[in-house]
Design a protein around this ligand. Sequence first.
Ligand SMILES: Nc1ncnc2c1ncn2[C@@H]1O[C@H](COP(=O)(O)OP(=O)(O)OP(=O)(O)O)[C@@H](O)[C@H]1O
Ligand SMILES: [Mg+2]
Length: 386
Amino acid sequence: MSFAGRRVLIIGPGLVDLTAQAMAGAVIDTAIAETFHGRWMHGDAPELVLIDSAGASAEAIGAAIVTLGRAPAPPPTLLVGAQLPTALVRALMRLPRSDVLEAPFSAQDLAEAAAPLMSPHVTPTHNAPSRCWTVMGAVGGSGATTLAIETACALAERLPGPRRVCLIDLNIADGAAAAYLGAPANMLLSRASQAPERIDAQLLDAFVSQAPGGVDLLASARDCHAFDTTSSEAVLRILEVACQVYDAVVVDAPRHRRSWTLDVLSGSDELLVVSELTVPALLAARSLAAEIEAELPDGPPPRIVLNRLAKRVFGPAPSMVEAEKALGRRAVGGITSDWEAAAASANLGGPIAQHRPKSRIVKDVGDLVDRLLASPAVRGQDARVA
Ligand SMILES: Nc1ncnc2c1ncn2[C@@H]1O[C@H](COP(=O)(O)OP(=O)(O)OP(=O)(O)O)[C@@H](O)[C@H]1O
Ligand SMILES: [Mg+2]
């Protein structure tokens, strides 16, 4: 295979010349095991990490391997050296793609060991089935983004693995999730649309930013043309890869129908429609839920979450019982209104669970997530009540 243009990161001082010889044209970077922190040098994740076990202490190399394992999509890793300590090899084997090469070896041996690790379309194996929960507002401003963020954080708290939850903001023109979380918006979906088949775990890794609350975020910078320049294939592929890599994926979906909307909804395990307790919002939620049920009879049943429940001191708001009557179905959960907590967290940048952990919003979302985990949606089930 050709190594031209492929990004290789060498951890350890010794192997640069041999690698340049073995992988002609590869773009080589180096790092030192003791200071290796896993942030890729030029923004792009390496396509191969080569670790020279002779270059540092076993402890430092072990720590570098653990750091690599924490990346959302660890790059393929080749450990080389003589008499490799068992502990290092065991740590290496926990990475999704790795191999060892015993010294002494030639440039040809190195190329032959690297090539299969770097071959395309190898995605990390994943044991547990991943969940995909989609959140959609019935009307603008109902709190869909807020609840998607808090749901993602509540899930991250409940799932044990290292790659837990990815929050994907599919409001690709003007999504607010990155701003609410104070995290960078690095997803370049319209550029990836030119070759959607090349969206893989490594590209996902480059698009992801780490957000507070133990959540990885996929969000796009503001771009008023994004819906026109992003293909359906790219949106669906990024979701598919995220579901392969993460234990759970939470999607903040736009309210307005796109060419990919029904595919995203039908691929979800849970579909949460967020409404508030006003008559127009309840009517919109009822129509939206009915519309989805008619179009996706075998899809996940839309489940309604009533947001910003307040005491009835601010005029004639419907009660929960009246709301369910207007909806023609039971709500799966209700979230208390807490403007101070919601506004303070958005202003500070981060989930409410972090800045106002005692807020009722956090408790209510936690209860909702526990309920959904305990009784997952059954596809094709009719949630309407007579
Ligand atoms: N339970 C709540 N209590 C108080 N304020 C809330 C609550 N949920 C959301 N908010 C606030 O309501 C406003 C709208 O929330 P958010 O942006 O999440 O709605 P949205 O449905 O995503 O809106 P859009 O239609 O613009 O995408 C924000 O100021 C948010 O802080
Ligand atoms: Mg929103």
